[in-house]
Design a protein around this ligand. Structure first.
Ligand code: ARG
Ligand code: ZN
Ligand code: CA
Length: 247
């Protein structure tokens, strides 16, 4: 009644080693991180700089509820971004009704063009398709036993942001457009743990960069906010007339 949408989640774990077979406790921990970050109750929200407090999304009004965990053992050691993990016929697990459930696949290791990747997601244009959902590599899923500096569950927060229509905050181009007005235009991605304030210049305008946004590339401990504009974009996807209304 308060407009909060609770998204049912199916976690599909495809593992080779015991470490890749993430525990139920770790899955619960990951869901709790999503709920805190989307609810704006993450404790590190206290680090949001004063200048961005007026544009922070207090509560995105999206929550997550684990409804099923499906596990499958595999002999495959590494996966790519070609969606093989999303089909039984290619060694993966078929999605559970993606129109109605957010499917998250956890695989042991993922690479793209020879580099390790943390995760990837489909945008709302893929709503309901067989490959719709989020993939996270096990070392970056949940918190306990995860790999620093990506061990606070924020890879899922970031990927679910894409799933709910958010672009990278730098718009994937030099001074690109993320289609959100209240996130300051920034030249490029930020990494590691930048120190605030960080300025950059686009079209001759110097701006303080919102590098602590979940849709930048900083370490898990350095990201702790969505903006109000990002909330509006995500709400448009899950509301009754949105492309993910079936969730
Ligand atoms: N590189 C991935 C992507 O573009 C995920 C980045 C997640 N960042 C993090 N601090 N966990 O979707
Ligand atoms: Zn991303
Ligand atoms: Ca922007």
């Amino acid at each position: 009644a308060d407009g909060t949408v609770e998204i049912p989640v199916v976690v599909n774990v495809i593992y080779k080693t015991a470490a890749e077979n993430v525990s139920d406790a770790r899955i619960a921990e990951q869901i709790a991180v999503l709920n805190a970050d989307y609810g704006g109750t993450n404790t590190d929200a206290s680090n949001i700089p004063t200048e961005f407090q007026t544009v922070k999304a207090d509560d995105v009004k999206v929550r997550f509820k684990l409804v099923n965990t499906i596990r499958k053992s595999t002999s495959k050691t590494s996966w790519g971004t070609n969606d093989a993990m999303k089909k039984a016929s290619t060694g993966g697990l078929d999605a559970t009704t993606p129109t109605n459930y957010l499917n998250i696949w956890v695989v042991g290791k993922m690479t793209s063009q020879g580099r390790t990747i943390l995760g990837y997601a489909t945008f709302p244009e893929s709503a309901g398709l067989w490959n719709d959902g989020v993939v996270i590599a096990a070392p970056f899923f949940g918190k306990t036993g995860a790999s620093a500096p990506f061990n606070l569950g924020r890879t899922a927060t970031h990927e679910v942001g894409h799933y709910l229509n958010l672009r990278h905050i730098w718009g994937d181009a030099n001074c690109g457009n993320d289609l959100v007005a209240d996130t300051p235009t920034q030249t490029t991605a930020n990494y590691n743990k930048p120190s605030y304030p960080l300025y950059n210049t686009c079209s001759g305008v110097s701006r303080s960069v919102m590098f602590m946004n979940y849709m930048d590339y900083v370490d898990d401990a350095a990201m702790f906010m969505f903006s109000a504009g990002q909330k509006t974009r995500m709400q448009a996807v899950v509301d009754a007339s949105g492309s993910r209304a079936g969730l």
